[in-house]
Design a protein around this ligand. Structure first.
Ligand code: EPZ
Length: 417
């Protein structure tokens, strides 16, 4: 296990570049299983979660060469369609291989990914959609087995705009007979990126980014090269890092419209945000004002930014209210922020945050990826030192976060605990 030793109090200043999107890379790497041939994915961030998805593909028989930020995948010799329990337990998003395996091999078996620290994370919507395409699903001994004689395009309504269910169904319908319509689809930018990748391989997918996606089945795909979009959640995290330290930071390689909900909220706190081409500049020279936040599916305020923004609100003026509507248990960071002196009261899915002038250093623990990021941000603003345990969670979604922030003036040391 590793920990961060963080001494807060420095204003972050300078320029930081955003890596490729984790939540684009994972479905796109999974989608390469659809292809009996080779494709190259560029802009791939060096993250633990991406390494797990690479391990899953190798386990299934694919040939994967990952050098720097390019991943060359050849899935022509897939010889297994079962994802073992230990792989599934390492990362829930491994369930994204379900759609491509069903699509190409009419068979897939994955161990139930189970819940994690932010919620139970069921897969009922994935399975309801697959069954509509003619897939027979059986669940036994913690495994989900999916089989189909043939896949027939169909109309599927998602009770909620699930990102993973939308992605799995897009991939499951690529080779289906006829047209599949996914209604109440998720609208995240990562869905559009997946559509672009699939269409570059010769698929026929339309409507990503809206709530209705249409997939017309094709017989064959061919290889391509695709660069994933920048990580909007990493970018948002850096924006908060600038705001919470009273800094002045330019964040480069972003797509500004993907950051709109966070930019809008940050401006409401009185932080100066300037957008120019593929850059966002964040300048904070006074204590942030309190704001209310309600997380929603895209284009609403992203749940993946809720912990980080809450860290900022713990030192804002007055009282803020945060409501988490996407996951039922995404407040694990609250206890840890309280250890740093934050005044947060939980009432069901709502957190009432009374801003304090400053936080104080403490020993805290990352419970999941974004909660860990939130604690780094709080520690950057806290007086004296913070010890943050279990930083492996942070490495799942951020490439050497300590290097990026130390280059801006932070004081973070990574040590083995
Ligand atoms: C994706 O997870 C992201 N992960 C998550 O990011 C993100 O928080 C989430 O979408 C919401 O934006 C990846 O893209 C790899 P969902 P996913 O299916 O697809 C419920 C991060 O920090 N639901 O949209 O698993 C579910 O319980 C991670 O980078 C069902 O009820 O999320 C949740 O309450 C964390 N039944 C809600 O929908 C289902 O069949 C949203 O889940 C599926 C989901």
């Amino acid at each position: 296990m590793q920990r961060f030793m963080i001494v807060g109090g420095n204003r972050l200043q300078g320029t930081v570049r955003v890596s490729g999107s984790k939540n684009s890379t994972l479905p796109i790497v999974a989608a390469s299983l659809l292809l009996d041939g080779e494709c190259t994915i560029k802009g791939v961030p060096r993250l633990r979660d991406v390494a797990v998805m690479r391990d899953v593909l190798v386990h299934l028989g694919a040939d994967v060469v990952w050098e720097k930020d390019a991943m060359h995948i050849n899935a022509s010799s897939i010889n297994c369609q079962d994802v073992s329990e230990d792989l599934m337990r390492r990362m829930r998003a491994s369930n994204l291989v379900l759609g491509p395996l069903i699509s190409r091999f009419k068979h897939a078996k994955i161990s139930y990914p189970g819940g994690c620290n932010i919620g139970s994370r069921p897969m009922n919507l994935h399975m309801k959609g697959l069954q509509a395409l003619g897939v027979e699903i059986t669940e036994k001994f913690g495994y989900i087995t999916a089989r189909a004689q043939k896949l027939q395009g169909s109309e599927v309504y998602l009770d909620m705009p699930s990102v993973g269910a939308t992605e799995n169904l897009m991939m499951a319908s690529i080779y289906a007979k006829g047209t599949t319509i996914i209604r109440n689809a998720a609208r995240e930018p990562e869905i559009i990126d997946l559509q672009n990748f699939l269409n570059r391989m010769g698929a026929m997918v339309k409507g990503a980014g809206t709530d209705t996606i249409r997939v017309t089945g094709v017989d064959k795909l061919s290889g391509t090269t695709h660069t994933v979009i920048p990580d909007r959640i990493e970018a948002g995290t850096h924006m908060i890092a600038a705001a919470i330290t009273g800094g002045d930071v330019i964040i480069t390689d972003v797509i500004p419209e993907h950051l709109e909900p966070v930019i809008n909220k940050l401006r409401e706190t009185g932080v100066y945000v300037e957008v120019k081409d593929d850059q966002v500049r964040v300048v904070a020279d006074k204590r942030p004002k309190s704001v209310d936040i309600k997380t929603m599916p895209y284009p609403g305020f992203p749940t993946d930014m809720q912990p980080q923004f809450m860290a900022l609100l713990t030192v804002a003026e007055n009282t803020s209210v945060v409501t988490e509507t996407v996951f039922e248990n995404r407040y694990k960071h609250v206890m840890e922020l309280r250890r740093m002196g934050a005044d947060i009261r939980l009432e069901g899915q709502t957190a009432v945050i009374k801003g304090m002038p400053r936080l104080s250093g403490a020993t805290v623990e990352a419970s999941d990826l974004r909660a860990g990021a939130a604690l780094v941000l709080a520690a950057l603003a806290a007086e004296d030192g913070t010890v943050l345990e279990q930083v492996e969670h942070i490495d799942r979604g951020y490439e050497r976060l300590e290097n990026k922030y130390n280059a801006l003036g932070a004081r973070i040391i990574r040590v083995n605990s």
